[in-house]
Design a protein around this ligand. Structure first.
Ligand code: DGL
Length: 259
């Protein structure tokens, strides 16, 4: 049985990354951990985010994973340096896609919607400084969005109200790119498209993460070439319903357990 790719997130949002990974790497087995009991990570201290990231990593390694995808901007920006230093497998992370936004924007104004934990991290600040020279980056904390998505309330009046409140100040400043800096947010794209004017591009890095995962597997000789029946195991430490609904894939085996 080929060793699986391990993927973790503070909850159900990283399934947006899993979908891209499963599409790009159809022969790979995967194990996904949704740490929904501890969501949202974005409101926690750096130390707490690190402790939870270590716990998830150790579970995935004890399950035989050959590579770990940190499918969470908040965990990546606060913990990936530590994880890379202390564990002997490759780690793939996700950060708000400032660079592609800076290359695309014509108004030179870019909005970033992300958690407090991501926006306050030094990794995010360094990336912004490096790639957004001459560009105004308008940061907005998406306070409350992760909680609603975790509760399965994606298209609710409360969600729409929050999004309008968060986006209006950026639109008044004439942004033409909105960077989704949290892996939960791609599930909001249908509503965002209704709220945003058509000249605003939504930028999300799911596909880039899958491509990078493939490249790193190839470089490390870890790619699975043949696998007729790939296994996809999903674990949550809360109820399975929202996870199952969002994954929405017949090959996914979704269960609840403590980890
Ligand atoms: N999906 C996580 C991220 O990408 C959500 C963080 C949270 O739990 O607050 O940042």
């Amino acid at each position: 049985m080929p060793k699986p790719i391990g993927i973790f997130d503070s909850g159900v949002g990283g399934t947006s990354i899993w979908k891209e990974v499963a599409k790009m790497l159809p022969n790979e087995n995967t194990i996904y951990l949704a740490d929904s009991a501890n969501a949202p990570y974005g409101e926690k201290s750096k130390e707490e985010i690190l402790r939870l990231s270590i716990k998830n990593t150790e579970y995935l390694l004890s399950s035989g994973c050959k590579i770990i995808v940190v499918a969470c901007n908040t965990a990546t920006t606060n913990a990936i340096d530590y994880l890379r230093l202390h564990y002997d497998v490759p780690f793939i992370g996700i950060e708000p896609a400032i660079k592609p936004a800076a290359l695309q924007t014509k108004t030179k104004k870019v909005g970033v919607l992300a958690t407090k934990g991501t926006l306050s991290s030094s990794l995010f600040h360094n990336t912004s400084k490096l790639f957004a020279d001459g560009i105004t980056v308008l940061e907005q904390e998406g306070k409350g969005l992760v909680e609603l998505i975790e509760a399965g309330e994606i298209d609710s009046p409360e969600m729409r109200n929050l999004l309008v409140t968060f986006l209006n100040p950026m639109l008044e400043e004439n942004i033409d790119c909105l960077v989704l800096g949290c892996t939960h947010y791609p599930y909001l794209i249908p509503i965002l498209k209704e709220i945003l004017p058509s000249n605003v591009n939504i930028i999300d890095s799911g596909e880039a993460v899958a491509r990078q995962t493939k490249t790193v597997l190839e470089q490390n000789n870890l790619l699975t070439k043949v696998n007729d029946n790939p296994e996809h195991l999903f674990y949550t430490n809360t109820d399975v319903k929202v996870l199952k609904d969002l994954v929405n894939d017949p090959t996914a085996q979704v269960s609840s357990m403590d980890f």
